[in-house]
Ligand binder design. Structure first.
Ligand code: COA
Ligand code: AMP
Length: 637
């Protein structure tokens, strides 16, 4: 099928396969280097080799300065569209350059130097994007923490990254409520062992945060002082292998993994993807409706579009409720976006409220060419609904925080390949995918197995975990020697199309957000009345999956189970955050286990999802599964 297609994909992928270094060397020419790399790949460096080891460049220069130097100064770089505050603001590339120079100087004045970490705990405002770029400018390593996490999660990230400075806003705005950020930040710093030297607080008109004398600085005041003193930061020369950022993601325990992104490889891969995968040209408007707290936001709200010289939309709102399910179509029309990148759950939310897309009527979406989906499995029904309603190709693509850009997709810029429902299409150049069984043996086409990537990973992917080479090796490289384990299961069909069916670990995907059930179990177990527990992800028509916790209470004279269940729901919200969407806790008399004591989470999930199930032969007490089924039934599942 691929050979018969008009797409250039087969040629381009083949060229990469024949000579990966020549391929990436050519791609690297689209980046401005202070010292162009003579070494494209050094297999001896790092844990599995490093890209562009002797190259020197600066991510902010490539995303901002060079566009001003080449005549894009007056072109919008960022369009801020915030239905929740009824605000629209545009920053040209020249405006953005002024901001990054100023914020860079503000950070330097507080002692931030090359290699220092800076935590950013901010909502979707343009200042947050400028702060990320300002860090890149001065060589500081940013670590953005998503606003929906609770203080304890923020504290864990602060302790791991040990930032010199934290930048935060006074609040975020959810559909109908103002979320105060500052109390969470104060609590997190109180909990953390690694204390930042200073905080810079952006006071938003919706809420004024109280300031701590000596530690907290008012953003506007610091900015005004810096401008008055004509101070501005210049771009620091960075080795391609220097870390650009750390982004924490859920691991199998409550302790998040600090995914490290290096500088040179990331710029090369993202720049390549913008034109070849997303089919976008410099000067066009690209909209990624994610959040800068996630990898998708890092790569395709901030770095990807700006490296290309495109305009990026920063949207502070939701697909529905801000104010209605026509919000996405309004933004596309108003700002003339050529592409939208969102999560399938956002489309399901729109489809649920407006199945007939009455909110599309009268909108001129003639500028709009492609809808991109990622973050979770795209169900064929939703994809088909969107394709039919919008009349544009709907491109599902598969990737992870760890990879930083798509592992598999349908490359619009190279010419679309025929679509297959349920498949994110084919591997991108750089990724040699294999599907293997538990003994690491490749399986036949069409057979399910673990999806692994032959080392080295391409530019842009993580070289390691922050200060944890061993954990990186143990988590990703140890199980299948010579390969990176994606922890996704699936198959590749006869035509080379990839199908990603689900995780092989205890990570679940809730509304496009990646969460650890192990982390939630740690929280439930900490409740004094809980003897043991198991958290599973159960099917949800809107969010894809939602967590469901089963708990066995300690013996003795206890309070009513409903009271404890409500406490458990609050506890997860308080410890992990609202983003966990943990709303179901169910008391059961016992948990189903194998004779060796392993909890049968897989079978429990089948029962909850109303999938066919049988009790495994190794089960210790078959009645325990019946208990789970009965408890679920009693709760209306
Ligand atoms: N700060 C504070 N709280 C936040 C938050 C933030 N940045 N983001 C989400 N939350 C809160 C929500 O308000 C909600 O709180 P609630 O329990 O009081 O209602 C909770 O976290 C769960 O949020 P979410 O799962 O996002 O559900 P939702 O009902 O608010 O919205 C969707 C549902 C489908 C509209 C929404 O999840 C969505 O747009 N998802 C797209 C996801 C996405 O872009 N992912 C990035 C990968 S591409
Ligand atoms: P995150 O690191 O938060 O981006 O989550 C990565 C995980 O989300 C992957 O390992 C997959 O399990 C899932 N995922 C992301 N995109 C897709 C997709 N297009 N199809 C199926 N699963 C996906």
């Amino acid at each position: 099928m691929l050979e018969r297609s008009a797409s250039r994909y087969a040629d381009v992928y083949g060229a990469w396969r024949r000579d990966p270094e020549a391929f990436w060397s050519a791609a690297a020419k689209d980046i401005d280097w202070t010292t162009p790399p003579a070494t494209i790949f050094d297999g001896q460096a790092g844990v599995y080799g490093r890209w562009f080891t002797d190259g020197v460049c600066n991510a902010c220069f490539n995303a901002v300065d060079r566009h001003v130097e080449t005549g894009r100064g007056d072109q919008p770089a960022l369009i801020f569209d915030s239905p929740v505050t009824d605000t629209r603001r545009t920053w040209t590339y020249s405006d953005l350059l002024n901001e990054v120079r100023t914020i860079g100087a503000m950070l330097q004045a507080l002692g931030v130097e090359k290699g220092d970490r800076v935590v950013i705990y901010m909502p979707m405002v343009p200042e947050a994007v400028a702060t990320m770029l300002a860090c890149a400018r001065i060589g500081a390593v940013h670590s953005v923490v998503f606003g929906g996490f609770a203080a304890k999660e923020l504290a864990a990230r602060i302790d791991d990254a040990a930032p010199k400075v934290i930048l935060a806003a006074s609040c975020g705005i959810e559909t109908s409520r103002v979320v105060p950020y500052k109390p969470l930040l104060d609590l997190a710093i109180q909990m953390a062992v690694a204390k930042p030297a200073a905080c810079i607080i952006l006071q938003r008109p919706q809420l004024t945060a109280s300031m701590l004398e000596g530690r907290d600085h008012d953003w506007a005041e610091l900015r005004a002082e810096t401008l008055a003193a004509f101070r501005g930061a210049e771009c620091a020369p960075m080795a391609a292998t220097d870390p650009l950022y750390i982004l924490y993601t859920s691991g199998t325990t409550g302790l998040p993994k600090g995914v490290v992104r290096d500088t040179g490889g990331y710029l090369v891969a993202l720049r390549w993807s913008m034109e070849n995968l997303y089919g976008v040209k410099p000067g066009e408007v690209f909209w990624c409706a994610s959040d800068i707290g996630w990898v998708v936001g890092h790569s395709y709200i901030v770095y990807g579009p700006l490296l290309l010289g495109a305009t990026s939309i920063i949207y502070e709102g939701k697909p529905v409720g801000t104010p209605d399910p026509g919000a996405f179509w309004r933004v596309i029309e108003e700002h003339k976006a050529v592409a939208l990148f969102t999560a399938p759950t956002a489309l399901r939310a729109i489809k649920k409220e407006d199945p007939e897309t009455t909110h599309l009527k009268g909108r001129d979406l003639s500028c709009f060419r492609t809808l991109f989906l990622a973050g979770e499995r795209a169900d064929p029904d939703t994809v088909e609904w969107a394709r039919e309603r919008l009349g544009v190709p709907v491109v599902d693509h598969w990737w992870q925080t760890e990879t930083g850009w798509a592992i598999a997709g349908n490359p619009v810029g190279l010419g679309l390949l025929p679509f297959k429902p349920g498949s994110p299409t084919v591997p991108m150049p750089g990724y040699d995918l294999q599907v293997v069984d538990e003994a690491a043996k490749p399986v036949a086409a069409g057979t399910m197995g673990s999806i692994v990537i032959r080392l080295p990973l391409p530019p842009g992917c993580l070289p390691t975990l922050w200060k944890q080479d061993q954990r990186f090796h143990d988590s990703y490289l140890a199980d299948f020697p010579g390969f990176y384990k994606t922890s996704d299961a699936g198959f590749v069909d006869e035509d080379g199309y990839v199908f990603v069916m689900g995780r092989t670990d205890d990570i679940i995907n809730v509304a496009g957000h990646r969460l650890s059930t192990g982390g939630m179990e740690e929280v439930l177990s900490s409740h004094p009345d809980v003897a043991e527990c198991a958290v599973i992800g159960i099917k949800d028509a809107l969010k894809g999956e939602v967590p469901c916790g089963f708990v066995v209470l300690k013996a003795g004279d206890r309070r009513a189970p409903e009271v404890i269940e409500a406490e458990l729901v609050s506890l997860v919200r308080e410890r992990i955050g609202p983003v966990a969407a943990f709303k179901i806790a169910i008391t059961v008399p016992r948990l189903p286990k194998t004779r060796s004591g392993k909890i049968l989470r897989g079978t429990m999930k089948k029962i909850a999802d109303a999938d066919p199930w049988t009790a495994p032969a190794t089960i210790d007490d078959p009645g325990a599964l019946e208990d789970v089924a009965a408890s679920l039934k009693a709760r209306g599942f």
